[in-house]
Design a protein around this ligand. Structure first.
Ligand code: SAM
Length: 361
């Protein structure tokens, strides 16, 4: 399975689309807003001291740039905003929504010098010219690995070691856990190494990704249980002859929920960034639901609504392996299992927020 070819959020604006089922990710961005402002503020102040107004800054939170510009008496900088995703992402959809996002800023703040470009490609590789970025923001993305962990890919001897599971579980043998841990270290270091020449000295990155709070990767918080329940939903379809058991054994998600210590190790080993701050926060699986009051959603159970948020993200990949015809049944069973689970337990995602500064050498 080539991750860059099969991973994309559900396109368009239909009922199963990411656009309609991404309130969790929006909530995560709003929860990291104060960190985002702080990082941008640091760039503005730092560069102003150097009489060097930033030229390129993340698409989020232009207000803070205006606020800082006014306070420090410099003019609103020219903004070069680069939006990156894998080539399968629906860039047109994003570009169509830009005029409304920028309208307010342009009208109210006079920020007419915003230049937006799409940059298709993997962030596990070079994307931008040298020293062209002042600020890099990545939200809800870096938990996706560049590939299924080495050794666990389909047709590999180890591919079926993780019997009945799609991701690390309490039954996973140590070979499986180690394969995931080293793939994350490898990928996160590659990400840092790729950004290192692109970011100006003193530039900043704010990264938020799914993670876990414990060192133990089999701990139940860490975004592991949504994979566990998806495996259970698939097993349910095995009993109805809709899925072959071996198909479950041979699927290993290219995903890793890291703990802060693992992020620190990768940053220290790579060496070109300093961690300003690293923190975790929890967000309930059903956090997006109360804020959405469409009639259709009210009729769905909480579990079914949570299932839609997961479907919008993982469907392209799951469909590629198990086939399109089982998708509706799969996510319906999944929704029922989520209902059972959240009735018994407090189900939370753990999010890591890492604020980094490019070293000045
Ligand atoms: C859950 S979405 C988050 C999108 C957006 N940042 C948000 O908060 O709504 C994860 C995104 O990461 C992208 N992604 C995953 N792996 C990637 C890679 N190696 N390079 C670039 N983008 C990647 C996916 O295509 C997807 O659009």
């Amino acid at each position: 399975m080539e991750v860059r070819q099969v991973l994309h959020m559900n396109n368009g604006e239909g009922e199963t689309s990411y656009a309609k089922n991404s309130n969790i990710q929006r909530k995560i961005i709003s929860m990291t807003n104060s960190r985002l402002k702080k990082a941008i503020l640091n760039i503005m102040c730092n560069n102003n001291n150097n009489k060097n107004v930033p030229e390129s800054i993340g698409v989020m939170d232009l207000d803070i740039i205006d606020e800082t510009s006014r306070k420090s008496g410099i003019s609103f900088p020219e903004l070069r905003i680069s939006l990156n995703d894998l080539p399968g992402n629906d860039f047109n959809d994003i570009f169509r929504s830009l005029p409304s996002i920028f309208h307010k800023v342009e009208e109210e703040k006079g920020a007419e010098n915003c230049y937006v470009v799409g940059v298709p490609g993997s962030f596990y590789g070079r994307l931008f010219p040298q020293k062209s970025m002042h600020f890099v923001h990545s939200s809800s993305s870096l938990h996706w690995l560049s590939q299924v962990p080495l050794g666990l890919g389909t047709n590999n001897v180890m591919s079926s070691l993780n019997k009945g599971k799609l991701y690390i579980s309490h039954t996973s043998p140590s070979d499986v856990i180690n394969a995931y841990v080293s793939q994350f270290q490898n990928d996160f270091s590659t990400f840092l190494r790729s950004r290192s020449p692109e970011i100006v000295p003193g530039g900043r990155m704010l990264l938020s990704l799914m993670g876990r709070s414990s060192i133990d990767p089999t701990i139940e918080d860490g975004c592991y249980y949504q994979w566990e329940l998806l495996a259970n939903a698939l097993s349910n379809l095995v009993s109805k002859d809709q899925v072959e058991e071996e198909k479950i054994d041979s699927f290993n998600a290219p995903y890793y929920a890291a703990c802060p210590e693992e992020v620190k190790i990768a940053v220290e080993n790579e060496g070109s960034f300093m961690i300003d701050r690293i923190e975790t926060f929890e967000i309930e699986w059903d956090a997006s639901i109360s804020s959405n009051s469409s009639d259709e959603k009210i009729l769905l159970s909480t579990g079914q609504q949570v299932a839609k948020t997961i479907r919008a993200v993982v469907e392209s990949m799951v469909e590629n392996h198990f086939g399109n015809e089982i998708m509706d049944d799969l996510f319906s069973v999944y929704g029922d299992l989520v209902d059972d689970y959240i009735y018994k337990k407090r189900a939370v995602y753990v999010n890591l927020v890492v604020s980094l500064k490019r070293k000045e050498y």
